[in-house]
Each structure stands twice: as structure tokens, then as C-alpha cells.
Design a protein around this ligand. Structure first.
Ligand code: NAP
Length: 305
């Protein structure tokens, strides 16, 4: 495939940015890849692993001459990075981001971008519980959704070009407005993470069950919560602070459902529980049929004897 952008600047060199670099490299989607991260350590690792062609001490230097700039820092840092690069962006460049929340990122970033620069926010629905420049891999986005939330009046040619890059990295692309994105993700990602954090916290607090029992018998379900609850604390703090309204709305509904199930358990309402769990099982089937997870037992984990 020929290069879609001649010079890509990755601001942030963690899981998402390094995976993008590996994926772009594999398919030849970018000419030069310039990188910047806050710490010299991450910049050094990026050079050592070789997924960038150059690293820069400042974000402003990294974006010079770039036709695509990717903001791949925690949501709470997007505004400050945008402010630092605003005056240094090349005319006609596209700026995108990969933040897990869209409206607050748009509010923080857009005011700092000059006229003539195309801002097309985005969010790859792909990730792991690992972070940092060593955690990335080229296939992270394969058959995953990449949501773009172009503002009204966005340049169609710039959107088509960014779509082509995301598709070149293996993703399927959809477009929606930012507020809708934030509600959808509150249901599919943000609230489930909060529930996982809570469940792991409860187990940690429960003194009648020893720590060694929690670890030893974790395969009964708890282990899958712990994977989600091991996600990066900075990223997730920022997600909840910046998608407050949508997360609170979904949490309110969650609490109502939880009370309904609690009452069903207390009153011995077996039919209600059975009907409820039958409905939720069908959702799992739908996810597998859509190719978004494996139907192998235990998520395809390999047994170690
Ligand atoms: P990560 O692995 O923790 O990497 C974050 C990177 O941002 C690091 O390289 C960090 O530099 C850099 N950074 C932080 N503050 C900065 C600043 N002020 N200036 C310059 N660089 C800064 O995070 P990630 O998982 O790639 O997440 C990045 C973005 O993708 C977040 O907005 C997140 O919401 C979004 N996202 C994450 C996932 C996921 O599952 N992880 C999925 C989809 C979208 P240092 O290493 O030097 O600290």
C-alpha cells in the first residue's frame, strides 16, 4: 500500500500510538513517523524499538511539517498538548486524537487549532490493560471499530483520507456525533470498567475471604474483572472526569437493575432471574457473531499444566 500521509506526528508514545506506528509501518501507510512523549525514557524506548523514525523533546518540534498529527495522550492532557502545537501546525494538516471520550476532548482541543487545519476526532475501540511504548503491537486494530466524530462542516476529503488510514491499519470505521459516542461508550466501556474496579475493590475489602483464596479461586469469574481493573489509572481517572454526565446516567440505570435483581434473589423469583440471564446470554452471542470476541471456552485461554 502506498503512504497515505507523508509525515505523521504521534504525540504520546503509549499503547495506542505505538500500535498505530507498528500497524502503519507494516502496511507502509506513513512516510516518516515522528514521535513525542513526556518522558525521555518513553522517547528512548520508542527509538530503541524502532517504531518511530525520529523523537522530539517538544510536541511543537514533532509536528513541524506533519500532514497528520495524532493526539495519543490521556484525555486530561489533550488541551495542553493542543495549546503547545497550535502555532506550529502546517497549513492543511489533519489533527486527530484517539481519546476514549469525545466531547470534552473537542472542547479542550478545538480552540487551540488555527484555521486551515482539519480537526477530525477519533477513537479506536481497541485496547488492552497494558500501557507504555513497549505494549503496542501491529494487529491491535484488526477487525476493531474506529469511531470518527467529524464536526459539522468538516472537509470531506480530509475525513476520507483519515478513514483510509484507519482501514489500512485493519479497523472498520464508523462516523457519529460526539455526544452519541460518549453515551455509547458509557454503556460499552466506561461503566463496565467502573463496575470491575468496584468488584475488585470489594474483594480487597472483604476480610472474611483471605487474599490467597481470592487469588486461588479467581478463575470462577473474578479474574476477568481483575484484567479490566488493571487498566491504566491515569487514563481511567480522566475518562470518568470527562464523561461525567453519560457515565452517571448509565450508572443510575445500572443501580436500578441491580436493585431489581437483588429483590428477585431476596424473594426467590427464579423466573425473573432465568429470563434476565437468557436475555444477556443472547447479547454475548451477538458479540461473537459480529466477530468482536472468540467463542472459545474461557476466552481461548491456553491451559497450563
Ligand atoms: P499510555 O500507554 O499510558 O500512553 C500515554 C502516553 O501519553 C505516554 O507516552 C505518555 O508519556 C504520554 N503523555 C502523557 N501526558 C503527556 C503530555 N502532557 N505530553 C506529552 N505526552 C504525554 O496510554 P494509551 O493507552 O496509549 O492511551 C492514550 C489515549 O488513547 C488516551 O486518551 C486513551 O483514552 C485512549 N485510548 C486508550 C485505550 C486503551 O485501552 N488503553 C483504547 C482506546 C483509546 P510518558 O510515557 O512519557 O509518560
Amino acid at each position: 500500500m502506498s503512504a497515505i500521509y507523508q509525515r505523521v506526528a504521534l504525540l504520546g508514545l503509549g499503547l495506542i500510538a505505538s500500535s498505530m506506528a507498528h500497524a502503519m509501518r507494516r502496511r507502509g501507510l506513513a512516510g516518516h513517523i515522528a514521535g513525542h512523549a513526556k518522558s525521555a525514557e518513553s522517547r528512548d524506548v520508542a527509538m530503541e524499538l524502532g517504531f518511530v523514525d525520529s523523537v522530539h523533546e517538544s510536541a511543537a518540534e514533532a509536528v513541524a511539517g506533519a500532514d497528520l498529527v495524532v493526539l495519543a495522550v490521556p484525555v486530561g492532557a489533550m488541551g495542553a498538548v493542543a495549546e503547545a502545537i497550535g502555532p506550529h501546525l502546517a497549513p492543511g494538516a489533519t489533527v486527530t486524537d484517539v481519546g476514549s471520550v469525545k466531547q470534552s476532548v473537542i472542547d479542550a482541543v478545538a480552540p487551540h487549532l488555527p484555521d486551515g487545519v482539519h480537526f477530525i476526532p477519533g477513537h479506536p475501540i481497541a485496547g488492552t490493560e497494558h500501557s507504555g511504548p513497549r505494549s503496542g503491537f501491529a494487529t491491535l486494530f484488526e477487525n476493531r471499530w474506529w469511531l470518527l466524530t467529524p464536526p459539522a462542516g468538516a472537509d470531506p476529503a480530509a475525513v476520507v483520507r483519515l478513514r483510509a488510514l484507519c482501514e489500512g491499519m485493519g479497523a472498520n470505521v464508523d462516523e457519529m456525533d460526539a455526544a452519541h459516542h460518549d453515551l455509547v461508550l458509557a454503556v460499552t466501556s466506561h461503566t463496565p470498567h467502573l463496575i470491575a474496579y468496584t468488584m475488585v475493590g470489594v474483594a480487597d475489602d472483604l476480610r472474611r475471604v483471605t487474599d490467597s483464596e481470592v487469588v486461588k479461586y479467581s478463575a470462577a469469574g473474578f479474574r476477568d474483572f481483575t484484567r479490566i481493573a488493571a487498566s491504566d489509572p491515569v487514563m481511567w481517572r480522566d475518562v470518568f472526569l470527562s464523561n461525567r454526565e453519560a457515565t452517571l446516567e448509565i450508572l443510575g440505570r445500572f443501580t436500578e437493575e441491580l436493585f431489581a435483581l437483588q429483590r428477585a434473589i431476596r424473594t426467590g423469583d427464579g423466573p425473573l432471574l432465568h429470563e434476565y440471564f437468557t436475555r444477556t446470554r443472547a447479547i454475548r452471542r451477538g458479540i461473537i457473531e459480529a466477530g468482536q470476541d472468540t467463542d472459545a471456552p474461557d476466552f481461548g485461554r491456553v491451559k497450563r499444566d
